[in-house]
Design a protein around this ligand. Structure first.
Ligand SMILES: [Zn+2]
Length: 219
């Protein structure tokens, strides 16, 4: 089936290397380039949009680029073959529920009752990973209980802070799976099925777990 679509689109996010340094503010991994959907090619390294809308605001659309360079404007719309790719889920062998093998577990147990930590980590179905020593895995499980992916992170067991040196310790369970069509969901989303408690959203998975320990009347 053919369908009409914009000829030039901002490149879809696949991994951090699909985001570039912004030509204006020079921030790494903040710049999204436009692609030609027919060829899959970039228009020009500077043709795109900075993610820092308020702090930078750089946006150089293809139309302006073509006008600036006296190039003929092509149609805004093209017909492309509709691609329907079903979303992917993690296979069972990629799921590890051994949360006690993580530094984050040790850290939480040094501040809270171990029974509470166990309860919350089971509830949020936290796992671990051998990617790095005692890394933790935060699975993203949707309201149907399907594992969309897992975010692997390393924490310092004493301070509970994320390990960012000599590099930022973050990885994804799905990244080793070929042709994986990732659709992320919120960490803890599986708890919304049949839920009657107020749901709160916080920035990090660690905060969600700590708040779930301290405020069990909320999701
Ligand atoms: Zn910028």
């Amino acid at each position: 089936m053919k369908t009409s679509t914009y000829k030039y689109q901002l490149e879809k996010y696949t991994n951090p290397s699909s985001r570039y340094a912004c030509p204006r503010c020079c921030e790494e991994h903040q710049f999204t380039r436009y692609i030609d959907v027919e060829t899959g090619q970039y228009i020009h390294p500077d043709v795109g949009k900075c993610n820092r809308e308020n702090k930078c605001g750089y946006h150089y659309p293809p139309r302006e680029y073509f006008a600036d360079n006296g190039m003929p404007q092509s149609n805004d719309f093209v017909m492309v073959e509709a691609k329907v790719r079903p979303m992917s889920f993690l296979p069972g062998h990629a799921i590890n529920t051994n949360f006690k093998e993580s530094n984050l577990y040790d850290f939480l147990c040094s501040h809270f009752d171990a029974n509470d930590v166990d309860r919350v980590m089971k509830l949020y179905r936290v796992g671990s990973s051998t990617k790095w020593s005692k890394a933790v895995t935060f699975y993203q499980i949707d309201h149907w209980g399907r594992y969309r992916t897992g975010k692997i992170m390393a924490y310092n067991p004493i301070t509970g802070r994320r390990i960012k040196e000599p590099f930022n310790h973050i990885a994804w369970v799905h990244s080793d799976i070929l042709d994986f069509n990732l659709k992320q969901c919120l960490f803890g989303e599986h708890l919304l099925a049949g839920n009657t408690k107020p749901a709160c959203i916080v920035e990090s998975e660690k905060t969600a777990l700590i708040m779930a320990i301290k405020e069990p009347d909320y999701i």
